[in-house]
Design a protein around this ligand. Sequence first.
Ligand SMILES: [Zn+2]
Length: 396
Amino acid sequence: MRHEPAPPDRESSRPFDHQPRTRLVFGVNSIDRLGELAREFGKSILLVTDPGLVAAGHVEQAQRSLKSAGLRVTIFDKARENPTTKCVDACVAVAKAANIDTIIGLGGGSSMDTAKGCNFLLTNGGRMQDYCGVGKATKPMLPLIAIPTTAGTGSECQSAALIADERTHQKMACLDSKAAARIAILDPALTLSQPPRVTACTGIDAIAHAVETAVTKNRNPLSSMYSREAFKLCVTSFPEVLRNPNDLEARGRMLLGAALSGLAIENSMLGAAHAAANPLTAHYGIVHGQAVGMMLPAVVRFNGANKIARHAYAELASAPEIACVSEGHEPALEALIGRLEELLNLAKIPRSLADCGVERSAISKLAQEAARQWTAAFNPRSVSKDDFVKLYETAF
Ligand SMILES: [Zn+2]
């Protein structure tokens, strides 16, 4: 067996400042503890969710637990995919009228982002645009409990609210440590109600989070630990949840993997696949997880030309034993890309941008927007507009 030496490892000594902010409560039916947990914070609750979760019965289940703890509940059930500033404003109006002291986000990333966005405006005033960037809120926020019903965004473990501008549909990342959930309830039973396509797209997103965070310029020993564990959990359980959607144990591993990916993002940010995906969602309405998945193999190959990133990918691929670092970084990179492509096919994610209505003539404009995305700055290789043109062409 030949041994390929690891390149100089700056990651192992990179400084970081990590304060775990979110208490994680994991387990089947842990949502039944919601009342007991929320009672620690206040008496009047705003529950932010969407109509699908009302129909699935999850809102009623949450309400029952809150009411039996003697809490008053106001429901905002109009969160929608890729929530916009308008959606957040509507939520704030409901929260103000009800004079609430605690917020719960129940649902996918959209519900949790809307809840966080509402918390910014309710406590700090102004409009969402004022908080685009890092640490712009000056006043404390209300306690937030996040309850994901998809295994994907990891928003429950992040302090960022992703809200799109109502007019331009460009996503604004509003990061503030005060916006992080105090508690995340990770109940695998809630994820059984996901439609198959949601399971597929959010699962690919969670996997992409593990892959992107594993190589960013910001990564550190702690984020790498989260990335690797998240990747191991998701890569092994994703095919299982696609095959048997009622496999509660596999659902639990996916949910935990997605949350750990969220913790990795909190520490290391994301990369070029997310930067390339956002304009596809903004202009063509391509679902986030699908857009990220379509760009991911090309981005991994692009980054893999960098020796240090290639080694980090090899280590990532070794976590679920897709490859073995000691057998060389190049074969490990190829094995990783091969496995990602297999998973995309299993998830029935279209593999060509052309099949999703993207016009070749739009590539230049998309690339320009991708290069301006905040996450592009954290990619291990710097990515210019021309690089994004090539990445889109590869995925075309
Ligand atoms: Zn994502």
